[in-house]
Design a protein around this ligand. Structure first.
Ligand SMILES: [Zn+2]
Ligand SMILES: [Zn+2]
Length: 371
């Protein structure tokens, strides 16, 4: 099969490798779509995977091609999305069902082979059938959609809440979409990249700030009257971490989920804000795949297949395995605007999906010059 194999940090090659063979309890999945996660960029270019060579790619969906020993043959031909974390299901944490906190987990695309390939083997426990109405590309968005939902559920979002999101990347936008679906009062978004803000506006967000042009905490106070009920830090920037404390209202919640770009520290004022305002500062990690009815993966699939959560417009680039390396470098260098980049098999369409929309008319309504 063809696969994008990471041989070392910054050394990925698209090459022919032997087809994987499904072991007991596993299926062979023909990959139809695999999103590039923001975390794949440092994984491929800076930190590396747990071992080499390894095939990255953990946001994927496909078709079950064959089943291994002991697997129900009814899986053959099924359309499925894959929860990429393989918990040990033996440790004390796994017994509670909090699999994302497993002490000894495996992970498709960082610890074992993932889906930047034509095929991948997957334990049946990790498969979830894709609802009829949902295509493979949208299904491949289930993982980031579940991660976004998890962050809001951590905060205990309520109807009417004013939610401020730092970072208008795929996760930030998905958080915003979920927030609106959950009936929040207002969704405010801050980024330092105007192209991202324009894109956020094109998919329906109205309260946007270029964080280089004004103080986000002051802006949030002005927009909401008393500060945001919930602040979600989805950018990983130290400046946003600092601003989060100032932007939250007294008694509000700050949820941290952006992968930190470097050391994160707080000024004395921001630290005081946590104390004085009695903020709830919460971490959010991964997503919860638990028993029904609050399995965040099924909630995400339901929301997408019913049309309540629309993710297709967030896919700005579709690319085949032969061109994936170029696109990863584009993402690393920010040489072109992108939201979600999707590796699409077999050869991709390599088309830009921005449907020719032009937001460069200056009347974009993004708060970038006041104060
Ligand atoms: Zn991801
Ligand atoms: Zn475990």
């Amino acid at each position: 099969m063809k696969a994008c194999v990471l041989h070392g940090v910054g050394d990925m090659r698209t090459e022919q490798v032997p087809d994987p063979f499904p072991g007991p309890g596993e299926v062979l999945l023909r990959v139809r779509a695999c999103g590039v996660c923001g975390s794949d960029i440092p994984r491929i270019f800076e930190k590396g995977t747990y071992r080499f060579p390894l095939i990255p790619g953990h946001e994927f969906a496909g078709l079950v091609e064959a089943v291994g020993a002991g697997v129900d043959s009814a899986w053959t031909g099924a359309r499925a999305v894959v929860y990429p974390l393989v918990p040990c299901r033996r440790c004390a944490v796994c017994e509670t069902g909090a699999y994302a906190q497993c002490a000894d987990y495996d992970y498709l695309g960082s610890r074992r082979n993932g889906a930047f390939a034509e095929f991948v083997t997957v334990p049946t426990w990790n498969l979830i059938r894709i609802p009829e109405a949902l295509g493979f590309e949208e299904a491949a968005m289930t993982e980031p959609a579940a991660v976004a939902l998890h962050a809001l559920r951590r905060a205990g979002v309520d109807t009417g809440d004013r939610v401020l999101i730092f970072g208008a990347g795929p996760i930030g936008l998905l958080i915003g979409k979920w927030a609106e679906l959950m009936g929040v009062g207002e969704t405010l978004m801050v980024d330092v990249d105007l192209a991202r803000l324009r894109f956020a506006q094109s998919i329906g967000f109205r309260h946007l700030l270029d964080g280089r042009q004004a103080d986000p905490a002051e802006w949030a106070q002005k927009k909401t009257g008393r500060g945001a009920d919930i602040v979600i830090e989805a950018s990983g920037s130290a400046a946003a971490f600092e601003h989060s404390m100032g932007a939250a209202r007294t008694g509000g919640a700050v949820v941290l989920l952006g992968n930190p770009a470097g050391p994160m520290s707080l000024s004395q004022d921001a630290y005081w804000a946590i104390l004085r305002k009695e903020l709830r500062v919460l971490g959010s990690w991964n997503s919860a795949r638990v028993a029904m009815p609050k399995d965040e993966w099924r909630l995400a699939l339901d929301a997408m297949s019913s049309g309540r959560l629309q993710v297709d417009r967030m896919i700005t680039h579709r690319v085949g395995l032969d061109d994936l390396w170029d696109r990863l470098q584009m993402m690393r260098d920010h040489s072109e605007f992108h939201c979600k980049v999707m590796a699409v098999n077999p050869q991709g369409m390599a088309k830009n999906n921005e449907d020719g929309e032009d937001n460069r008319d200056g009347k974009h309504g993004i708060d970038s010059s006041h104060l």
